[in-house]
Design a protein around this ligand. Structure first.
Ligand SMILES: [Fe+2]
Ligand SMILES: [Fe+2]
Length: 398
């Protein structure tokens, strides 16, 4: 097959190679392309370009390289380059069951030239990271981002009795350390996830952004009355540390999102209900909306894997037991946090009020337990096992 292309006055140093490349594309190796043009450097530049791209250049007819038309004999390098290329799954379809590390950072659905560096991702199997709800949750998460500077009614007056304010500050101090753990865990999972599962990658990215906002607003509320922050207990931090140490994607997501953040949803609703000022109510309300999404993914993903591999329920069970055993000798929840919850719900130091507050916190704990059992049952645990595992959950709530 023969073809011709005319570059007119265009040189290869002005983009002329695009026309040559376009004309070569439909040709097979060994086919000839006649190139004409008026640019004085065309012959020299074309010779260099052909060498770099594996083609041969010859004068066409009786011309020479410095005058008259030139002829390119197409080489095989291009064809060889793409011979072993594979598509990285389908861009608009569901992700593949196994993501090939050799796809590296290629977009899902891209034609991947062989030979690039493999990605060192740990999570390359769909069932171990996926939930069918991930694309929808990811879109909802992107649409629900809020600005900490304007979403909270910061100028509202904080007319809170000093002792109640101290309880609020203690709770905010506790929330911040929990939010920091909740930020680090999805960030770590994200860094080891094969990007082929892009909806999960996007979801984890918004989740870390959510937690960063929670850290911001809880810190800001804690400092609003100008005082120092409250205390951080060794037992509370030890409990969170066990979450950071969890190496498996699904058990980390299970312990953090299903059990921890699930429990936190009830805690934040409690804070919202008993908030002594509009700022505390705002920050609790905004955070709980985000947390509901984190819980939804954790539950959906864990249920997805348990359906695909029913024996995984045993792995999840062991992760709760292991964590319980590791924390057995620690206090779990900071007592000052517990007392602050009672005082917040009481609203004053009147004995009758304290009794009300105490019972409100007991009701909260019962509600947390019920929620955990419901989620565990949804994932596939029989009711008695769900009750047992819920009871083993950390006293630190998260
Ligand atoms: Fe959070
Ligand atoms: Fe969260």
């Amino acid at each position: 097959m023969r073809a011709t292309t005319d570059l007119d006055g265009l040189g290869l140093d002005d983009g002329g190679h695009l026309l040559v490349q376009r004309a070569l594309e439909p040709l097979r190796p060994g086919d000839r392309l006649t190139v004409t043009g008026r640019n004085p450097a065309l012959g020299v530049h074309l010779a260099a370009w052909c060498r770099a791209h594996g083609h041969r250049l010859a004068p066409a007819g009786d011309g020479d390289e410095n005058s008259g038309p030139l002829e390119i004999i197409k080489g095989a390098a291009d064809e060889r380059r793409w011979r072993d290329a594979r598509r990285a799954g389908a861009a608009d379809g569901p992700p593949d069951a196994r993501a090939d590390p050799r796809w590296g950072l290629a977009a899902r659905g891209a034609l991947v030239e062989a030979g690039g560096p493999p990605i060192g991702a740990e999570w390359t199997e769909r069932d171990h990271v996926w939930a069918d709800i991930a694309p929808r949750l990811s879109a909802a998460a992107a649409a629900s981002q809020w600005d900490p500077a304007t979403a909270v009614n910061w100028p509202a007056s904080i007319d809170v009795p000093p002792e109640i304010e101290r309880a609020v500050v203690q709770l905010m101090t506790y929330l911040v350390e929990n939010e920091q753990a909740a930020l680090i865990i999805p960030a770590r999972l994200l860094s080891q996830l094969h990007p082929h599962y892009r909806e999960v990658m996007q979801l984890l990215a918004t989740q870390t952004a959510d937690e960063a906002r929670h850290v911001e607003v809880f810190t800001r509320r804690g400092l609003l009355s100008g005082g120092p922050l409250g205390t951080s207990s060794a037992g509370g931090r030890a409990s969170l540390q066990t979450l950071l140490a969890e190496p498996d994607f699904t058990t980390a997501s299970f312990l953090l999102s299903v059990l921890g953040e699930g429990t936190f949803v009830d805690l934040l609703r409690f804070l919202h209900r008993h908030a002594p000022d509009p700022v505390t109510a705002d920050v609790a309300r905004l955070a709980v909306r985000d947390e509901a999404r984190h819980v939804a993914f954790g539950v959906a993903h864990t249920a997805h894997l348990a359906r695909a591999e029913p024996s995984y329920l045993g792995v999840l069970r062991q992760s709760v037991e292991r964590r319980h055993a590791a924390l057995q000798d620690t206090a779990g929840l900071n007592t000052e946090v517990f007392d602050s919850l009672v005082l917040l719900a009481a609203g004053s130091w009147e004995p009758a009020a304290i009794r009300r507050g105490w019972h409100a916190v007991r009701d909260l704990q019962a509600q947390m337990d019920e929620g955990r059992r419901r989620r565990l049952a949804y994932i596939g645990f029989p009711d008695d096992e769900a009750a047992e595992l819920s009871a083993l959950h950390t006293r630190n709530f998260m």
